[in-house]
Design a protein around this ligand. Structure first.
Ligand code: HEM
Ligand SMILES: CC(C)=CCC/C(C)=C/CC/C(C)=C/COP(=O)(O)OP(=O)(O)O
Length: 298
């Protein structure tokens, strides 16, 4: 626990920043789409409660991540202004906030929605905090491949909230986000490589080099594209999903190929890598949006 005087007291903006709200919008969106794609129509109040629990649980996990790695965040330009490294909040407060919010989200999900959704929410929080943040992040460049499973759970949580169960379609959605995570993150890691090197985090471009990272981005894009199309191929979704996903995946593949086949100099602006990272985010919004549109419009 820190006993030093803090330069500024934390306010609500700092608590909000602890929850990594921008990243969590997509996490919550995939959870919502998983819920809306389920065959059972959930009561709107229960549905809203389930989404709230996913948002609070994901935010809590983000807070615990920042509690654990304040030392790393202090060493990177991208993260040095977060509440803990900037000295606006002490670690104890972040820990209490993260633990309290985790418990609240899981208990509310279990009491108001169902136990299956509460159990998967618990697994995703534990996966992100313990498996990714505490265990793997500082040890291996495979950290995001294995730890990335945490961010793939929300569609399963949403589906389980509506049905009390899991099925093939949400498992495919889990696999899609799981296989999407490496190209998403490694595209970004290529252009913030020096940050990770400075903090001593063994991300792939830092330990295995750019060439290997580019090859791996290309390699993961293939099974990701196949899994994205499987719901359509297996007739679990219709033509709206199929066509939108096919086109978006082809765009993804072209951008990934550009990144995979490049070599860069020290003054490179990394435009293709930034483009792929930006498209990766839009891609999940589009594909999950198409999944719901397909079910509700068709
Ligand atoms: C282990 C897996 C992942 C890692 C290491 C990772 C890492 C990152 C990092 C470092 C950023 C930079 C922006 C920031 O500092 O906020 C970012 C942005 C983002 N990530 Fe990921 N990510 C992962 C998985 C996911 C998942 C599963 C989702 C959602 C389904 C997601 C959604 C986003 C979004 C929406 C942004 C843009 C945020 C913004 O606009 O600032 N990420 N990611
Ligand atoms: C429902 C639920 C609990 C979901 C979990 C949310 C989750 C795992 C989101 C994706 C992971 C994420 C934000 C990684 C950021 O990496 P990092 O932590 O290494 O990024 P940083 O360098 O910005 O701290």
């Amino acid at each position: 626990m820190s006993t030093t005087t803090l330069p500024m007291p934390a306010d609500w903006r700092d608590f909000l920043a602890l929850t990594k709200p921008r990243v969590m919008t997509l996490v919550v969106f995939t959870g919502l789409c998983g819920m809306l794609a389920a065959p059972t129509h959930i009561d709107p109040v229960l549905g809203f409660t389930a989404i709230l629990c996913i948002a609070l649980g994901a935010g809590a996990a983000g807070a615990l991540n920042q509690w654990y790695e304040a030392d790393l965040d202090a060493k990177m330009r991208r993260t040095e202004r977060r509440p803990l490294p900037a000295g606006r909040m002490d670690r104890e407060t972040a820990l209490q906030f993260g633990v309290g919010l985790s418990a609240f989200s899981v208990i509310l999900m279990g009491l108001a929605v169902n136990l299956a959704a509460a159990a998967i929410l618990t697994a995703s929080i534990l996966f992100y905090v313990l498996i990714y943040t505490v265990w793997l992040k500082r040890r291996t460049p495979q950290n995001i491949v294995i730890g990335g499973a945490a961010g793939a759970f929300p569609p399963l949580i949403g589906w389980a909230a509506a049905t009390g169960d899991v099925a093939l379609l949400p498992v495919l959605l889990f696999a899609l986000v799981f296989l999407w995570t490496p190209p998403h993150f490694w595209a970004l890691a290529l252009f913030v490589k020096t940050d990770y090197a400075a903090a001593g985090v063994p991300m792939l471009p830092v330990v295995a080099g750019e060439r290997t990272t580019r090859n791996q981005i290309g390699l993961y894009t293939i099974p990701m594209g196949v899994v994205a199309l499987l719901p359509w191929v297996l007739h679990l979704t219709g033509a709206i999903y199929g066509v939108v996903t096919l086109v978006s995946t082809l765009v993804f593949a072209v951008l990934a190929l550009q990144v995979a086949t490049r070599t860069t100099g020290s003054d490179d602006t990394m435009k293709p890598e930034k483009r792929l990272f930006a498209w990766s985010i839009l891609y999940l919004f589009i594909v999950f949006g198409a999944l719901v549109a397909d079910k509700w419009i068709a």
